[in-house]
Design a protein around this ligand. Structure first.
Ligand SMILES: CC(C)(COP(=O)(O)OP(=O)(O)OC[C@H]1O[C@@H](n2cnc3c(N)ncnc32)[C@H](O)[C@@H]1OP(=O)(O)O)[C@@H](O)C(=O)NCCC(=O)NCCS
Length: 131
């Protein structure tokens, strides 16, 4: 299986609306949100997003379709997102952060995010001093 990561828009991400719903996650658009999609051929199988806020760059809306999990799709989306964020010039921001679930937490920690607190079923993680 060859996975291709592409820039997509919110309307395209909406294809996975039911998958978000099934996980109890909300899919919402925000001004300035960037979306990345993982494709298996022409099928959208995963999405991640990020946007700039006053606090830094927030990671949002991460999902991979159930039947494609455990194959490294999220890792691909995650590293592509990091690569693109590091390329943003003059954001004035040095921090990335996320409210992540139990299944995504280990990847955030692997990439140097630090656990700060737990809010209901989410763990707040932060990465400071983006280089
Ligand atoms: C979290 C999620 C996106 C992971 O997708 P995935 O494509 O299966 O993940 P990958 O196969 O790329 O795995 C990458 C790493 O994440 C970790 N991981 C993946 N699934 C995990 C799970 N269920 N529990 C704990 N860690 C997990 C592993 O460390 C894995 O690395 P390894 O396989 O090299 O050991 C997917 O399980 C999902 O969509 N979950 C529901 C929605 C969700 O929780 N989103 C996160 C919101 S912040």
């Amino acid at each position: 299986m060859e996975i291709v990561i592409k820039r997509i828009n919110y309307k395209t991400a909406l294809i996975l609306k039911n998958a978000y719903k099934a996980e109890g996650l909300k899919l919402r658009d925000f001004i300035g949100m960037s979306w990345l999609g993982a494709y298996d051929n022409t099928t959208l199988i995963g999405v991640v997003a990020y946007r700039r806020t006053k606090k830094g760059i927030v990671f949002k809306s991460d999902i991979v379709l159930k039947e494609y999990r455990g194959m490294g799709v999220y890792r691909k989306l995650f590293t592509e997102r990091l690569k693109r964020i590091k390329k943003i010039k003059g954001t004035g921001s040095k921090r990335m952060y996320a409210y992540c679930t139990q299944s995504s937490l280990s990847l955030f920690l692997e990439y140097g995010f630090v656990k700060k607190r737990t809010v209901r079923r989410y763990t707040y993680v932060e990465y400071n001093n983006i280089k």
